[in-house]
Each structure stands twice: as C-alpha cells, then as structure tokens.
Design a protein around this ligand. Sequence first.
Ligand SMILES: [Ca+2]
Ligand SMILES: [Ca+2]
Length: 383
Amino acid sequence: MGISVLMSCWAFIILYLHIVDFTCPETITEELVIVSETDTLASSDSESSSCGCHSLKRDGVVSIDRDASLLSEQAAVKYSKRANDGMEVNQEHNQDLYIPDEMVLIPAGEFFMGTNNPEIPQDGEGPQRRVHLKHFYMDSHEISNQEFQKFVNATSYVTEAEKFGDSFVFEGLLSEAVKSQIFQAVAAAPWWLPVKGADWRHPEGSDSTIADRLDHPVLHVSWGDATAYCTWAGKRLPTEAEWEYACRGGLNDRLFPWGNKVHPKGQHYANIWQGEFPTQNTGEDGYTRTSPVMSFPANGYGLYNMVGNVWEWTSDWWSVHHTTDELHNPKGPETGQDRVKKGGSYMCHKSYCYRYRCAARSQNTPDSSASNLGFRCVSQNKL
Ligand SMILES: [Ca+2]
Ligand SMILES: [Ca+2]
C-alpha cells in the first residue's frame, strides 16, 4: 500500500516535470540552437535588442548540435520559408525591367548628425553634432541585381562571398533542403546561418536564383565588393555623414526620412518587419524579404528605401565615440576594425532592432556579407 502511494507520487512528479519542461516557451526557445560556450556568447548589452546583423563575422560561427536541437524543429517551422509563403503580394517577375540609373543632387548644406535622444545609445547614435557638407550626387536607389550583373559581365568580378564559398542568410528564408545541410550558426544570433553557395546570384543558397528579382537590391556583397562596384561606375561609397544627411531628405531632426510617424496616414513608407521577430513576419507592407529598389515613396531628395529593405555600406570606419566639434565633410575615424552600415533592413522591427532611423547605425567587418546588406554609391559631380 505504502509502495503503491509512493509510486503514484513519483508518477505525478515525473508527469508534472514533463509538462513544465515541454510546455514552457522559454525552454524551447533556449534550446532552439545549441551552441558551444565561446567568447561570442558573451553578448553585449545591445544584443538583447538586436537583429544580430553586426555579429556576422566569418570567424564567429559555432557548431550546432543537430540531435540536441530536435526539440527546436516545431518552433523553427514558425519562421520557415513554408510558413511565410504566400506573403509576397507585390513581387514582380518582369525580365525586361527598366531600372533608371539615376543620381539625384543632394545640395550643399549643414545638418545635425546623430541624436541627443538615442534609442540605442551603445551604437553611438549621439551626441548630436553640427556637420557641413559639400553638394554631391547619390544613386536614387540601392544597387539592383540587374546593375550588379552589368558590372560582373563587364569585369568578370568575383565577390568575396564567392571566394569564401558561403555567406550569411536569415534562417527564415532557407529551404528545408538547404537548412538540413547546415551545422553552424552565429552564437549571438542563431537565426543567422552560414550557407554554402550563397552569393549575389544565389541569395538563399545554390537552389535559389535572382531571375525573378533583377529589380531587387543586390545582396551578399562585402564592403570591398561595394567599393569595387562604385569605383567601376566612376563613383564611391558615401561617407556616413553624407548618407545620414541624404537620409533626412531636407528635414531637421526627424526620426525617419519622411518625418516622425512610422506610418503616416496609415501608409507603409519602408520595407521593415511586421509581426514578431524572428518567429513571424506578417508582410503587412507587402514584403517578407527584399522589395524592388524603387518601392515605397521617395524622400525629399528623391531617394528610395534609405531606411529599410537592405542595410547600406558607407565608407567610414566604425567608432561609437564622436567629437562634438563642428565638422566639415567628415570622413570618420582614420582606422578601425568594422565599417559603418546605415538604414536597417526588411528584418528590422521596433521591438528588436529599431534601426530603421536616419541616426541609427551598425557595423560589420569589411569582408562580411549577408542576405540583408547592400549599398548605393555617390559622386561629387554629375555623371
Ligand atoms: Ca516587410
Ligand atoms: Ca536601404
């Protein structure tokens, strides 16, 4: 009798532990990707509110224990390609696209760079400082696949991702076939996977193509690749100051290129993330991944997608410390480890990566490339 009661108690306790273990969402999330203890796991303060884009260092990946991550399979389905299919309501499939190679004049002037009300202080968004700039011309849109294809056809250029043989892709974009072949992840941001065969022609790995998105921004281009393209075109990458001045579109001290409201009159003005990052992208703005480079309204200078769609490389080295001195045509620090990127991407959500603001900034090593990082060029004179 005593033994029977004891056994019943143990059965209840085991059942209770079982329920707690497998119904707690936090438990499943914690086990989503099993990684080894490395320095990269010692995340910065900003990591908890980050898309992890700046963690994409080629030497920062760690092994995934596939057997131990079986528990994650159900959670992973939530943000799989399959779960998000059907969201591409505005995708165009025209092979004879005309994408104007237009540069717009950004007039000489002065502006306040950065902000005294930083949303992400550790990114060096402040302090606000007065900056004077000469006039320049800027590509009205992000460099498209079609434009990059012309460059490669003319020069036989090989990108760094092609030389390395891989690039970083957001897990939610990958086919199950490609995902099953991957055994590494970015420790601080496990939704970023190094995918063999991912490059500008194959944005989600070898089974993907750009044929139906020649008017979308080129992806998987490193800082060196972007610089090579701009040089070939007789242009250069913008400085961070030029990029931010252009982003503001002539407005003073506003959050976004169009003002302070993210959805003026209920309209979407940029391709960002709606839903819950990284598990659910509702695609309310029409796109769960990149959009054509001339989507959404242009800003006051006629520039498209300055925030959102893809991050854009600038020529500056990264630093989070800025002088408050008034500056003329600043070019950033003399040296550094990472290069500055601006504007956020289609992966940005306010709750997690509120970086689709003109003053926001992030960084990557110059040899990094990813499925949400592109560029545009500038020139001092009209071409
Ligand atoms: Ca979107
Ligand atoms: Ca952009």
